[in-house]
Design a protein around this ligand. Structure first.
Ligand SMILES: Cc1ncc(COP(=O)(O)O)c(C=O)c1O
Length: 461
């Protein structure tokens, strides 16, 4: 394996002027860590990028995308099934959620109707669905469903027994999205400092508590002390931003059991985990699906082509009828893309394939990164299409250099923040390289990515 597997093309004439100017016009929320590259094409796992760094402006690189478009490129770039669905979906009429739509009905019936693909998780007749544009918006709707479950939507009177239920439980290290309503669910200072928090006092007040994730004793103690004030729990079944952290076996089922027993709503944020753990949903264990009141899915749901999320909620959870339209709730175009993508994944057995590839890749990452580069990588975690490789403390301090070295080695990769310092004597979790592969990725593509990451790590020395 050499460190220069990328096709390079230094020909002049690339429209770098417009690329540089236009890229600079986009609000930069990465600060100095923003990568100086712009993508000009892509197919499958490949991205063609142009270097915008003034010292190397115009240099072209062909990269392998180890992030799968930040965990959204379900079938890689330009997949024929997705292209065909996009073409069909633009010709079926666009209607808001006020009118039904054939594409929307066909999708929901296929997923949740009799013989639906997802009825093991969501028994027929018990759930209804809404669509949003992003994972963040999906979680906002979930939170709203939770809050509105406390009172009568018309007269705003509390349902009996709900008066004291003012607390939402979230977990340390969680990431649920960008938007204002979600900020209180995030416990890390740099995600929330200076941003508004909800009013805790008054009849509609809300408090948020945070527990260490995956600690059964902390959960038991918390429920024993506070279950009567608890309205809902919001959980990522595998924490993503915290560094691909899975809870111990039995933890999610125990959580669901406690919620049911105490009349607490359980919200699973599966925006990231959807279709990445060898199953459609990560809320499951050896005994089958773990029941939830609300499940939010996103990222892979849009097949890398449309930005969309879905909120699957128990039918009794609803929002007040305000007459307001949701312009983009399950757009027919989105539904066409989702339905065809899901049919393709099911027909080709891609969930199982990705689980098999993930198991194989875990071993390979252990050997080629952790064993061979212990100065850079310390632990491999994850399952199926979603794996994390934690950085050493020394490498975490040089993350910018590492990203650049990876790009020079021909791979674009993303890094999760890591859980950082955790309570309860749990160890610090450093930033973590996240490798997400499209569900149709091959073993040789996966190996090529690992080889390139290893070459980047070598170059860091
Ligand atoms: C678990 C989880 N929830 C929610 C979100 C937010 O999704 P979006 O970026 O589509 O708003 C993300 C995105 O990374 C996520 O990983």
């Amino acid at each position: 394996m050499t460190a220069t597997p990328v096709a390079r093309d230094d020909r002049p004439g690339e429209p770098t002027g417009v690329l540089a100017r236009g890229t600079d016009l986009q609000l930069n929320h990465y600060g100095t860590a923003r990568l100086p590259f712009a993508c000009v094409g892509g197919r499958g796992l490949e991205l063609d990028v142009v270097d915008l760094d003034p010292a190397r402006r115009g240099r072209r690189l062909r990269l392998l995308d180890a992030s799968a478009g930040y965990a959204s490129a379900t079938l890689g770039g330009g997949h024929p099934v997705v292209r065909a669905a996009l073409a069909r979906g633009t010709g079926v009429g666009n209607v808001t959620d006020e009118l039904g739509s054939l594409e929307r009905a066909a999708l929901l019936d296929r997923l949740l109707g009799p013989d639906g693909l997802w009825t093991a998780h969501f028994p027929v007749g018990n759930y209804h669905v809404s669509g949003r544009n992003s994972g963040s918006e999906g979680n906002e709707l979930a939170l709203r469903l939770v809050l509105e479950s406390r009172f009568d939507g018309r007269r705003l009177r509390h349902h009996p027994g709900k008066e004291r239920r003012d607390t939402v439980l979230a977990f340390q290290g969680a990431w649920h999205g960008w938007t204002g309503g979600l900020v209180p669910l995030l416990n890390r200072r740099y995600y929330r400092a200076g941003l508004p928090t909800p009013e805790a006092a008054g009849p509609y007040g809300v408090r948020v508590d945070h527990l260490p994730f995956g600690d059964p004793d902390a959960l038991a103690d918390y429920f024993a002390a506070s279950a009567d004030r608890l309205l809902a729990v919001v959980v990522e079944p595998i924490q993503g931003d915290a560094g691909i952290l899975a809870p111990p076996p039995g933890y999610l089922r125990d959580l669901a059991r406690r919620c049911t027993a105490a009349g607490v709503l359980l919200v699973a944020d599966e925006v990231l985990t959807f279709a990445k753990t060898g199953d459609w949903f990560a809320m499951r264990d050896a005994d089958g699906p773990v029941p939830t009141d609300i499940t939010v899915i996103g990222k892979f749901l849009g097949m890398g082509a449309v930005s969309t999320s879905m909120v699957i909620a128990r039918r009794e959870l609803a929002v007040r009828s305000s007459g307001a339209v949701t312009t983009s709730d399950l757009r027919p175009l989105n539904c066409a893309v989702i339905r065809d993508g899901i049919e393709h994944i099911a027909a080709e057995g891609l969930l199982q394939d990705s689980a098999d590839l993930g198991a194989h890749l875990t071993e390979h990452l252990d050997h080629a990164l952790v064993d061979d580069h212990p100065d850079v990588f310390t632990e491999v975690r994850g399952t199926g299409a979603m794996l994390g490789v934690e950085l050493s403390a020394a490498a975490a301090d040089r993350i910018g250099e590492l990203r650049s070295a990876l790009i020079e080695a021909g791979v674009y990769a993303e890094f999760m923040a890591g859980a950082g310092k955790r309570s309860g004597g749990r160890r610090y979790v450093h930033p973590t390289l996240r490798i997400v592969l499209p569900l149709n990725a091959t073993a040789s593509q996966a190996h090529e990515i690992v080889d390139r990451v290893a070459a980047g790590a070598r170059a860091l020395r």
